[in-house]
Design a protein around this ligand. Sequence first.
Ligand SMILES: Nc1ncnc2c1ncn2[C@@H]1O[C@H](COP(=O)(O)OP(=O)(O)OP(=O)(O)O)[C@@H](O)[C@H]1O
Ligand SMILES: [Mg+2]
Length: 525
Amino acid sequence: MRKFFSYGPVDCAEHFCVPRTEFIHKAMEQLIGNPQKGGHYFTVWAPRQTGKTWLMRRVKEEIEKRYGDRFICGFMSMQGISGKSIEDFLQEVPRLFRISLQIDLKKPLKSLSSFMELFEKGVGVFEKPVILFIDEFDSLPKEVIDELVVRFRDMYLNREAYLLHGLALIGVRAVLGVDSERGSPFNVQRSMHVENFDFAEVNDLYHQYIEESGQKIRQEVIDKVFYVTRGHPGLVCWFGELLTEKYNPGKEVEIDLNVWKDVYRRAVKVEWNNTVLNLIKKAKDKYLNQVLDLFNNSDKEFSLDVEWCSYLYLNGIIDYETITEASGEKKEVCRFANPFIQERLYNALTKSFLGDDTPIYPLALGDDLSDVFEAGLNLERLIPRYKDYLKRLKAKNISPFRDFPKRSDLNIYEAGGHFHLYHWLMNVLGKFCQIVPEFPTGNGRVDLHIRCKEQEGIIEVKSFRDMATLKQGKLQAANYAKKLGINKVVIVVFVHGVEEKEAEILKDDRVIEGVRIITEPVVFY
Ligand SMILES: Nc1ncnc2c1ncn2[C@@H]1O[C@H](COP(=O)(O)OP(=O)(O)OP(=O)(O)O)[C@@H](O)[C@H]1O
Ligand SMILES: [Mg+2]
């Protein structure tokens, strides 16, 4: 029986796989172009683990199948090419040719001109037109990328002199030319972006499993997989592995939402996934401030011309969404790539800034929280305790945000409050309750779902913008809670730059649509 697979390109005979025939066909057409005159040179790009390598290997197979001996196809990967200079690269060329084209160059190359010569008609080592796939093009040093791209472009413009019929450069970022002063290597219009799976593809993949294994999976589980991953191929298959292998409750048992909840929690907390870890590392890297801001700000405009945007986008941390503003204008705004990545980042950032424990006792001595659990779940009674905690920190001269990056105006990031409250709640309630953050799209807010035994409540965390937005937020919160069958929401509004007394004006307690909405301002300093 086949399996889900998430460690490199899939093999459809062994693994469940999505055929993606349209993409394969389109890429093949581009590479072949006019079989007599020449094909195109273009780039294939997408974040990690989206299926680039698999797709382009399939394109190669398809060309070999359809065009038989007409072309020589070579698939080479630049991963693991060591060294920094052009000379180092040239040294590796004979090995690359031997492995991917079965051609023995006999001697090392001296210059990039001799590299070009290899493809020259009548002079080089080929007798037939060549179609070349270069995977992991980003792994090459910038200098080599720049130089190679220039040579390839020359060959493209003088195609009658060369046998390089078609070329696909495959990668994450460099292939788009964003790091290069010379811009994109080839005609950008021809570059191909690998999209995530759509819902039908994810559904089909999981139904392949259901059919072959005979084990049932509830439709809601497949819907959840699509929702949390937004169809990211590597993550979709990884959840498939976790659900059907590692945490499979038994072949005769249906995989339902309970299994899903268990798997999802483990995926967030304990499961190792290289792509995700690498992504978190990148998010904490040079554009951390922007990442933090995104947790708090839902209308940051997206633009590929802005360096941080393109960096986070091409590394699969953010995506964009088109929204319509109140004025009727449309614009593209930044969003996290998918809810799973957002939750992993939220946890990772909370831990890295605030550690596991609080620097002082999270609760006053003697406080046993009894009134919080008295006759229902009274989450609103936690907020004065949090404010007291902030005061006690201040009295000891401990800044709650000491390890947070500071903005140039030295104001603490607004998102700092979101992380800080979450961290405190985990310390206070973690032993009795489960706290699950959720990030409703387009709201720049965090909903903390708190489940303690049979009881459930929501603390919604946001930053103060203006009264109209706050009013709107209360209505939204009421509607949302109603849908979930919850009759109370505590909204914590972080305010800064004002005195505590001034902030009190935001305090509010009212019933909207049958839901009690309690608003609690918190000033952070
Ligand atoms: N057609 C497909 N059907 C099913 N799963 C796929 C398919 N394509 C990709 N995947 C999933 O994505 C994973 C990564 O595939 P692949 O290695 O081809 O992607 P990549 O974009 O080249 O990744 P990287 O950027 O790490 O090189 C696979 O292990 C599999 O989980
Ligand atoms: Mg790859």
